[in-house]
Design a protein around this ligand. Structure first.
Ligand code: 13P
Ligand code: SF4
Length: 321
């Protein structure tokens, strides 16, 4: 606890001294989210993180999240220094969508519009026509569908299936998944719902269709947080990374939030509702990013690639503006 306090104080000092701001995702540790709030940074979903980083006045962004979030920040703000607590923090969706194979898949369907989730490498974004995050994916696919365009969707198959079902759009799917959300179990959720019949079920659409079908609200992290405030329920069963409980509880202290069950438990679950890569973002790692040399922390995106990836990213930001 003492160590945490001194780390927090040091980080605050270094943020000021280096003209840096902390941009954190809702899945990071509670201490990191609190620190971002206290120091004028942001805690947000992927779309808002991108926008906040782009608009920030500071020279340095400390992106607490996973690698694609740091890359997105750099693509949007090449003049800023973008540091991450660790460059090792990846994402199973990014890992499961190598650019060579994905490009070949796209090349086989040249008449399709390529829509990729933000959870991808800069190289995959550079191959895409549109980038989307979960908070804006439905609207963008609806728009493309209204133009009569068939779509290649990658990499999250569950989010893709949800959007195809909602919009009726013609979508060819890449078969990727998030190891955290893929693990939620509809069968166990039925049992839990029987225990808490009055609870509302909140589900992130990276979850399997069988879990999404049981939801009272489906959406991105920010949309689920909003639902937790606006729905009249007192209890919520939440199928997303448990990092989100910090914000939900902060905004509705009298409400009760319960973790949705995963297929395995204890030693047998792959992620136990917490992303192992998000978990790499400790206070210690943030302190290191600010105090050590930038090696092992700084994000670089090759300029040719950056310019290509910027086009579909800006389409998303302009669409959602
Ligand atoms: P959102 O915060 O955009 O819903 O993204 C969820 C996610 O899995 C990020 O890793
Ligand atoms: Fe990727 Fe899932 Fe982790 Fe988000 S929670 S970074 S989608 S593995």
């Amino acid at each position: 606890e003492e160590r945490k306090q001194s780390l927090t104080a040091e980080i605050k000092r270094l943020l000021k001294a280096r003209n840096a701001v902390l941009v954190a995702h809702y899945y990071t540790d509670h201490e990191i989210q609190a620190l971002a709030e206290e120091t004028g940074g942001c805690v947000a979903d992927s779309l808002e993180m991108a926008r906040f980083g782009r608009d920030a006045q500071e020279q340095t962004l400390i992106v607490a999240g996973v690698r694609f979030m740091g890359e997105t920040a750099k693509i949007l703000s090449p003049e800023k220094q973008v540091l991450m607590p660790t460059l090792e923090a990846t994402c199973s969706l990014d890992l499961g969508c190598p650019v060579k194979e994905f490009s070949e898949f796209c090349d086989q369907h040249p008449d399709h519009t390529v829509v990729v989730y933000a959870n991808t490498s800069a190289a995959v974004k550079a191959r895409a026509d549109w980038v989307v995050t979960s908070s804006i994916a439905l609207e963008i696919v609806e728009h493309l569908d209204s133009l009569g365009k068939p779509i290649i969707w990658g990499p999250d198959r569950h989010l893709g299936a949800y959007i195809a079902k909602q919009t009726g759009a013609d979508m060819l799917m890449w078969q990727g998944e998030c190891i955290v959300h893929d693990e939620f179990s509809a069968q166990k959720l039925q049992d839990m719902k029987a225990l808490y019949p009055d609870a509302a079920i909140l589900v992130h659409p990276e979850s399997p269709a069988s879990v999404v079908e049981m939801a009272d609200a489906v959406g991105s992290t920010s949309q689920l947080i909003k639902a937790s405030q606006t729905l009249p329920h007192e209890k919520f069963i939440v199928a997303t990374d448990k990092g989100i409980f910090y914000k939900m509880q902060q905004l509705a202290p009298h409400k009760t939030f319960i973790e949705a069950p995963t297929a395995g438990n204890g030693a047998t679950c792959r992620s136990c509702a917490h992303c192992p890569w998000m978990a790499m973002n400790g206070l210690e790692a943030i302190y290191n990013a600010l105090s050590e040399g930038s090696e092992g922390h700084e994000i670089f995106v090759e300029e040719g690639l950056r310019q290509k990836a910027l086009v579909p990213l800006n389409r998303m930001l302009d669409f959602s503006a």
